[in-house]
Design a protein around this ligand. Sequence first.
Ligand code: PNS
Length: 159
Amino acid sequence: MIAIYPGSFDPPTLGHIDIIHRAMGIATTLIVAVAINPAKSLMFSPDERVEMLAAICKGMPNVQVTQFSGLLVDFARAQGAKAIIRGLRAVSDFEYEFQMALANRLMDDSIETLFISTNAQYSCLSSSLVKEIAKLGGDPSAMVHKIVLNKMLQKSAGL
Ligand code: PNS
């Protein structure tokens, strides 16, 4: 089964990486798909986000990393995917996630959304929290992969 794991990944956190590890055990091919959303104000370009994820997922044989624009269901259908993977951290995530899953199913009922509950250790993590901590001079090294940490340090140094 081909599955898509979509998200903004700005930047990817250890919570995202944990979901990738677990989803790659369920899917035959897991496509990690970085959403191109020009409306959002983001720290990293889609290419930079793909580059970081591809470096982290190097050596994961059934994981591909790419980017997409437009509707997720259209992208999933074009890839031949049968499932969309989303991580759930807490009840507060549920309403938005449930709404997206239902809307996606109304548009294409051949694609199922599968929720993976986060590892409790990472349930407090979010990309925005990581960015805020880094902006305020904190150390997010327990929250992101070292590849991401280095990229964030380069960004803050204006490199
Ligand atoms: O990491 P995020 O920001 O929670 O991911 C949200 C994402 C990218 C999965 C969602 O915004 C999305 O699917 N965007 C693509 C456009 C789309 O299909 N919108 C309708 C969703 S019901």
